[in-house]
Design a protein around this ligand. Sequence first.
Ligand SMILES: Cc1cc2nc3c(=O)[nH]c(=O)nc-3n(C[C@H](O)[C@H](O)[C@H](O)COP(=O)(O)OP(=O)(O)OC[C@H]3O[C@@H](n4cnc5c(N)ncnc54)[C@H](O)[C@@H]3O)c2cc1C
Length: 393
Amino acid sequence: MRIAIIGAGPAGLMAADTLAPHAEVDLYEHGKHPGRKFLVAGQGGFNLTNSAEGRDLLEHYDPPGFLDEALTAFGPNELRTWLAELGIATFIGTSGRVFPVKGIKPIDVLERIRQRLLQQGVRLHTEHAFTGFDEQGRVCMENRQGPFTLDADHVIFALGGASWPITGSTGIWPPLFKAIGVEVLPFQSSNCGVEVHWPAAFIGAHEGKPLKNVRITAGDRSTWGEATITRHGLEGNAIYPVVPALREGATELRIDLKPDSTVERLAERIGAKAPRNFAEAVGLNRAQLALVKAFTPKETFGTPMLFAERIKDLHLPVTGLRPLGEAISSVGGIPVGELNADFSLKQHPHLYAIGEMVDWDAPTGGFLLQGCFAMGRWAAHGILAEYGTHVEP
Ligand SMILES: Cc1cc2nc3c(=O)[nH]c(=O)nc-3n(C[C@H](O)[C@H](O)[C@H](O)COP(=O)(O)OP(=O)(O)OC[C@H]3O[C@@H](n4cnc5c(N)ncnc54)[C@H](O)[C@@H]3O)c2cc1C
């Protein structure tokens, strides 16, 4: 059995690792190195997965049900065991996010995966680009020597989405799949910052400051955490989870700057104080007060109850989402309806699509990498099962 995998990100690497003991595997990557986005993911907090389990895990993925089988077969525990086999010990942080232990860098994780693939006989071909399909439906590639077609029983595509194109996930492949009759949805930013027109005086004084412990709501999505004031708007873990609602048409954020208190309690704390002391009475810092002022009619500032109501429900008009180049992930790509349960294409069952090139969504916190790894594993299982080989997760 000959398998070609195109795209050496987490999804493609996992598919290669699962198939390698049972098949001839060629892994193609158009960049000079595998896993560049994986390395970028490690520059901030490197969440390899999340400790959520069962329903709690599955509920983080959209559309509901699409990844249930893959994640149930290869969830966070299985991923952590797999990492441990590679010598990558992990720990669960306070937020449930799973990190490699201190001293292990993203490049170490990637290098151990790469070494294991090579030991298992995977042929890694860098600077080999997928360029389309020929008239017979064969997969066309190009390297420094020129164009060629692939000779493989199954081809797994793991080309990534369209965020951070500098890492190689350029998102320029949709026309190639459309040419063979596969629907592809436009890419949109996910897990990204939002744009707000700040008054010049406000942003001049408060750019870079955090809004800690806030509840943020957009449409039917609500979350709690921290948002950073940026030149363009707001960014951070309290923003990303509400982005789907903004993509679906919501036009404002509603911010609760004091989620642990009620309007009545805040008004009580303000009591009979003079308006210039309202902010101090309820513990608003300078950035928070400036934010309230920037988006509140002046008369609100003299009335304790109105002021308290604003603190609990500040309406912020959103003018857009930050572009794909800055987003942590993207949605769009191949719609799930184009895929069979094993992630093969309904119209071309010897071709598979896995990872972020498929139109699913999940929040940050390790859920994205977990989803990609699980898809790689599941597609590989499907192929092996076809040949009568069963592999435990
Ligand atoms: C700044 C940042 C931080 C992140 N942090 C986290 C985190 O902490 N936790 C988390 O879970 N997720 C995180 N992510 C998201 C995570 O990195 C991605 O979801 C994941 O890398 C997607 O994996 P993938 O295999 O689908 O695609 P990718 O990792 O994008 O890999 C796709 C590969 O395909 C190659 N390719 C593309 N086109 C071609 C072609 N035509 N021919 C050959 N090869 C091609 C690309 O070069 C690339 O190597 C982060 C992302 C970013 C940008």
